[in-house]
Ligand binder design. Structure first.
Ligand code: ADP
Ligand code: AMP
Length: 220
């Protein structure tokens, strides 16, 4: 079973993917996380990706397409994948179709997270992440018990360099110019599930969970 989480930055895809992938035993593949790991590790891919990420631009398709193909190939036959932040344009969507076909998999569903621009900006500029375990907080909506400290592991929290207002606006512009085309692409293929993501985390999770349950049933 393979699904895609589609939507603007700040829609809450990562937050939902983190919980639902565990609950449903799916492999969470976040291209943003994988690219940040490559940047941290100082690999050639990371160095190349960094130039684009800090400007709020999409990194070249070849880099992400190869990373995702590698994850899917290594995932093993009985794996289910939850792709978060990939694909982000039509070329990537077509490359994903090819990779899935080669591996004998299919795309079962796409969850399109709908939020207002105002909500996305507020969520991103208030996002804090644990430097050690990656736990995700929001200074207003999901604050840690102690400001600046991770509830889970006690390590310091930090903000992403691309979560400043200027870069967030650029990322949202890029989303509207390049990624939003995918809504129609997947609607035409009848795999699109539209989720009102401007709500409480638990309500959004319940809706997605219901659709995932029916997709899993259909796959049995
Ligand atoms: P995305 O992966 O789509 O870019 P995230 O899941 O990282 O977005 O969420 C962005 C920020 O918004 C995080 O700080 C997260 O804690 C917060 N957040 C996520 N979902 C909600 C929600 N439903 N209500 C309020 N805040 C949320
Ligand atoms: P995210 O963590 O999804 O907000 O992504 C952070 C940044 O990583 C983006 O602004 C892009 O620079 C880059 N990125 C993540 N996923 C992709 C993708 N599928 N295609 C191109 N660039 C990506």
């Amino acid at each position: 079973m393979n699904v895609v989480f589609l939507g603007p930055p700040g829609a809450g895809k990562g937050t939902q993917a983190e919980t639902l992938s565990k609950k449903k035993n799916m492999k969470h593949v976040s291209t943003g996380d994988l690219l940040r790991e490559a940047v941290q590790a100082g690999t050639a891919t990371g160095a190349k990706a960094r130039e684009y990420m800090e400007k709020g631009l999409l990194v070249p398709d070849k880099l992400v397409v190869d990373i995702v193909a590698d994850c899917l190939t290594k995932g093993g036959n009985n794996s289910s994948f939850l792709l978060d932040g990939f694909p982000r344009n039509l070329a990537q969507a077509k490359a994903l179709d090819e990779t899935l076909k080669k591996l004998g998999y299919k795309l079962d569903g796409v969850f399109y997270f709908v939020v207002s621009e105002k909500t996305a900006v507020k969520r991103l500029t208030g996002r804090w992440l644990c430097s050690s375990c990656g736990a995700n907080y929001h200074e207003l909506y999901m604050p840690p018990k102690k400001a600046g400290i991770c509830d889970r592991c006690g390590k310091p929290l930090g903000q992403r360099p691309d979560d400043n207002v200027e870069t967030v606006k650029k990322r949202l512009k890029v989303y509207h110019e390049q990624t939003a085309d995918l809504i129609d692409y997947y609607k035409k293929r009848s795999v699109l599930n539209t989720i009102d993501a401007d709500r409480d985390v638990g309500d959004i999770r319940n809706d997605i969970c219901g659709v995932l349950d029916s997709l899993f049933k259909g796959n049995k």
